[in-house]
Design a binder for this molecule. Structure first.
Ligand code: NAD
Length: 257
């Protein structure tokens, strides 16, 4: 098993990428702390893992709260005896997020607080725990929009993801010699609730797909496979990377008809 004896914390674990990653990490032998605001769905993920013979706990966590993030890391160490993998994945895409003129300060602040500060707080409390465990892997979920501007605007979200990518590079540089690797997972457009709610008409969906060489939305399970690689020893020489798992969207200038 690829994560045997490892302890992993996953935020945003009740749904989408975080859920699929929790299921996969547990299958690969990790003991997983599932963290999310959504208690009902988070507990359901825990049940599925336990029924399959895996080890998981759920904790209600708001990643924008320092108190919650500190408690989350403490819980993983106390319950499972250490921390080797931290997946800072929770994020939001606000339906009211638009261009600079139309986006309210409130939407901008809320988006940055969860998508960026949430990652910062995970790292703030997670890095000392990874050090105590002799090193490990941090994976921060950014997005392809950290690289590219979108014509369907979401300015707060895009800004937050660009910042996650630069934060990741700097932390990777700072902590490499301590055996702590830090990488950004940059998913392309996925068939998850989060994006489908935002691209809420066929026209908006098609407008996005026109740019994807593989011609379809990605699946959360495909992101989980990428997270597994970054979490495991197979990626031992990978740090500071923007790992694009995006159907080719960041490679394309013109896509096939
Ligand atoms: P999702 O909505 O299915 O899952 C996000 C989870 O985060 C939810 O369970 C939600 O309850 C949780 N969450 C939201 N705010 C939280 C908070 N303050 N504290 C704790 N948990 C919170 O979405 P997803 O597509 O799985 O998104 C996961 C990550 O991937 C996000 O960071 C998102 O920005 C990123 N991403 C998604 C896409 C896409 O197309 N869906 C593309 C690129 C990047």
């Amino acid at each position: 098993m690829r994560l045997q004896d490892k302890v992993a914390v996953i935020t945003g674990a009740a749904s989408g990428i975080g859920k699929e990653t929790g299921l996969l990490f547990a299958k690969e032998g990790a003991r997983v702390l599932l963290a999310d605001l959504n208690e009902a769905d988070g507990l359901a993920v825990r049940r599925t893992i336990q029924q399959a013979g895996g080890q998981a706990e759920f904790m209600r966590v708001d990643v924008a709260s320092a108190k919650d993030c500190k408690a989350m890391i403490q819980r993983a160490e106390q319950r499972f005896g250490g921390l080797q993998v931290l997946f800072n994945n929770a994020g939001i895409m606000d339906a009211e997020d638009g261009d600079a003129e139309s986006t309210s300060e409130e939407v901008f602040d809320r988006t940055l607080k969860i998508n960026l500060k949430g990652v910062f707080l995970g790292c703030k409390y997670g890095i000392p725990a990874l050090r105590r465990s002799g090193g490990g892997s941090i994976i921060n979920t950014a997005s392809f929009v950290a690289h590219l501007g979108a014509a369907t605007p979401q300015i707060a979200y895009t800004a937050s993801k660009g910042a996650v990518l630069s934060l990741t590079r700097e932390l990777a540089t700072l902590h490499a010699r301590e055996g702590i690797r830090v990488n950004a997972l940059c998913p392309g457009p996925l068939q998850t609730e989060l994006l489908m709610k935002f691209l809420d008409t066929d026209e908006k969906k098609q407008r996005r797909l026109v740019h994807v060489p593989l011609g379809r939305f990605g699946q959360a399970s495909e992101m989980a496979q990428a997270a597994l690689y970054l979490a495991s020893e197979e990626s031992s020489y990978v740090t500071g990377a923007a790992f694009n798992v995006d159907g080719g969207i960041t490679a394309a200038y013109v896509t096939p008809e």
